[in-house]
Design a protein around this ligand. Sequence first.
Ligand code: DHE
Length: 547
Amino acid sequence: TTAGGMYVPSMTTLAEIDVEIPGRRPDDPVMSDEEFQASTKIYFERCAGCHGVLRKGATGKALTPDITRENGFEYLRDFITYGSPAGMPNWGTSGDLTEDEVDMMARYVLLEPPAPPEFGMKEMQETWVVHVAPEDRPTEKMNDWDIDNLFSVTLRDSGEIALIDGATYEIKKILETGYAVHISRISASGRYLFVIGRDAKINMIDLWMEDPDTVAEIKIGSEARSVETSKMEGFEDRYAIAGGYWPPQYVIMDGATLEPLRIQSTRGMTYDEQEYHPEPRVAAILGSHYNPEFVVNIKETGKIHLVDYSDLDSLKITEVNAERFLHDGGLDASKRYFLTAANARNKIVVLDTKEGTVDAIVESEGLTPHPGRGANINHPTYGPVWATSHMGDETVALIGTDPEGHPDSAWKVVQQLEALGGGSLFVKTHPESEHLYVDATLNPDAEISGSVAVFKVPDLAGEEPEFTTLPIVEWAGIAEGQPRIVQGEFNKDGNEIWFSVWNAKDLESAIVVVDDKTLEMKHVIKDERLVTPTGKFNVYNTRADVY
Ligand code: DHE
């Protein structure tokens, strides 16, 4: 059952792949093969996230030679150097790229983009390892860990996760994973933890073992962001699914071993113009509670795939038109509606996971909505609403989610709040909490990116609700660097919220635990092993979609 029973060695990221250099035309700018490879590496590391591997554009503009050659070398060089208010970073003046590198990148984008290699069943099989076969695993929980209140914490730059006890804050274990694990998801039974690295490596961890560890692993491509498991009654723990950025595809795997069973390409037509797109990346994936389906966001074509996993041999995929540049999202409080951001279009798509239809596409009234999984609060005036903050401005949109009980508010922005500033990535609350927390991770002002805004839910009935500012970095007592506060996550009982204090790799980071009732600092987790903590996932809340 194992490929030699050994760990697959450290994984290649997209940036480390040697690409095939496309043919040259006589009027191409001068660029040596070494420069081409070096530029490709910089491009994959810094630019592909927004502009796409094939430069067809998404959050950032398209950069195919037909367009870049219109603009010309000087324009490109200056744009890369100084950036733009629309979101292009100032790579030159920030010092991230040297003058020579900027010059090289401006010449590079005038050339045809190279395509990295495909990654099909053969490649997946080669990286697939079962360390402990299902029959050799325990039949009951063998440790005294409170696994429901465990936090799986991404240690971004060390290629690890930390498993931290939710009650004692003790780091129970550090596990080696793929590079920069993006998210953690939990199987329906709560037993298996799945994490996926940017390098598309998945680790499946058995939390029942005496000493919880990776029992299976696989690499599904060279760049990925999402993993999920089957949640439908009767299919608990049966399947896992992961979505790739490169190649653009998703793969359904056995839920006990990660054996790759079925790979589905996402290449195809955009939903609106119905033009072919060679690189439609897989963004958020959600396991439906209403149907045996995975809900798969396809970013560039703007489609949602409802993938019926009840028969993998005749896979039924419902392709629903949504909106382009789908990114992250989460369920409403009833767990029936999936609200997901088409971020570069400033819209929130509402998918009814029971009926499989898009019921509304809501203008979020802010710039670049970025909800994470969003936050469900019971609004004093409008009933159940779901919240998202924005990357591009300080606004938080509250959208009504109760078409039966509050039909006038359903699928509308019923209230817009103003939080700390732009650059927010995540909002969070809990059914037991009266608070809505909003970070501002990417704000250029250190004081703002180091703090969190908190709104009191009963106060939302007022005209212009005020927020309280929690100085999280100050509480962490970290003076060196410019740590950013990112992604609140509640404990199981919903009386504490944890925030990552995300500093540079070689500087001290921390996790600050806030008492949700008093809004005071309760504890600071510091440990030299806590390198660049970002995402945190409470096992119970993640498995049961509580947020
Ligand atoms: Fe994320 C969720 C993609 C940058 C931390 N991020 C997601 C999801 C996607 C995504 C598609 C939804 C997964 C799901 O629900 O199935 N993220 C991307 C990018 O493409 C982007 C913009 C650029 C990149 O190159 O990766 C990006 N993300 C970041 C970061 O820089 C963050 C802040 C730090 C990090 O660790 O890399 C970051 N992303 C997160 C977190 C979540 C996430 C913590 C899960 C939030 C949740 O509550 O579920």
